[in-house]
Write a protein that binds this ligand. Structure first.
Ligand code: ARG
Length: 296
């Protein structure tokens, strides 16, 4: 009797987690949330296949249209030269940031269950499927405390097998130091090739949205039915919604006006919904962990 209830409770938690991480539109394989399912149906019964959908995309019904690197605009890789596209044989799965010649920081939920040989990193291109360079990953260093059920400690380091030669379109982003102070309302920029959920906005080109840092307590309150947000998380977005990261942006950078990597795209309830800001892994929290594992 008790065991049965426990089992039901556990599967409920797992279902809620996958929903929050993956949204309606993602495809769940082997317990991992695999990226953006560009879905353009306005209504539950209207299903259209997006022209830039990946071959592996599974099109599922959506109850409503609620997101895109929502409220964003096209940018060039030279505007975000730290941005990378993390790929498997099926193409783009996540974003990430160059933090040193041989190191990329991304989200742990992007690397969970993956092996280094299966991953590639595209650098120096505004398009996720072409251009720039494709580099191999030598080693994945996933945060040892990453917790799938509440998405805590959502950090992973990728050790590249070749050194990146910096140029206008590939460059490391500055990491925050312990003493840096980030304030509620500070404008940050999130970039990625994630879901635009808008047929007229291609996912092929890198996009950016401006989002202010959101009060931590208020964010935790808004997300209390999802267990709240931890000290390893930072929220950004507008109370009224409209601008946000979305599926496929995970692992990517949230950068302050001073060019400091404040967050890593992690999760959220839908995308750009009012009252539900985007949740990012707080890079400042992982500063020592990054140093310990990469020397950066
Ligand atoms: N977990 C998503 C991914 O794997 C990112 C979701 C971000 N959601 C948001 N509303 N900011 O790509």
């Amino acid at each position: 009797m008790h065991e049965n209830m426990l089992r039901k409770f556990t599967s409920c938690i797992v279902a809620v987690t996958l929903f929050v991480l993956c949204g309606f539109t993602t495809n769940v394989r082997a317990g991992a949330c695999i990226v953006p399912q560009p879905l353009k149906g306005q209504e539950m019964h209207v299903l259209r296949v997006d022209e830039d959908a990946l071959p592996s995309d599974i099109v599922l019904p959506r109850p409503r249209l609620d997101g895109r690197i929502v409220g964003g605009y096209k940018v060039n890789i030279t505007d975000a030269p730290h941005q990378i596209s993390l790929q498997t044989s099926g193409g783009h799965i996540c974003g990430g940031s160059i933090i040193a010649n041989r190191w990329v920081l991304t989200a742990a939920h992007c690397t969970a269950g993956k092996t280094a040989e299966k991953l590639k990193v595209r650098i120096g291109s505004s398009q996720e499927s072409t251009g720039g360079q494709l580099l191999r990953v030598k080693e994945i260093v996933q945060h040892e405390k990453f917790n799938y059920s509440n998405v805590d400690y959502d950090f992973s380091l990728l050790h590249l097998d070749k050194e990146i030669q910096y140029s206008d379109n590939k460059k490391a982003i500055k990491l925050p130091e312990e003493e840096d102070q980030f304030m509620d309302g500070d404008i940050c920029y999130v970039t990625g090739w994630g879901n635009t959920q808008n047929a007229s906005e291609s996912r092929q080109w890198l996009r950016q949205a401006e989002v202010p840092l959101f009060n931590h307590e208020l964010c935790s309150e808004k997300y209390k039915q999802f267990g709240g947000v931890t000290e390893r998380m930072v929220c950004a977005g507008y109370m009224e919604g409209g601008k946000d990261a979305c599926q496929g942006d995970s692992g990517g950078p949230l950068v302050s006006k001073d060019g400091v990597l404040v967050g890593v795209v992690s999760w959220g309830y839908g995308c750009a919904k009012p009252e539900y800001p985007g949740v990012y892994s707080r890079v400042q929290y992982a500063r020592d962990w990054v140093r310990k594992h990469s020397g950066v």
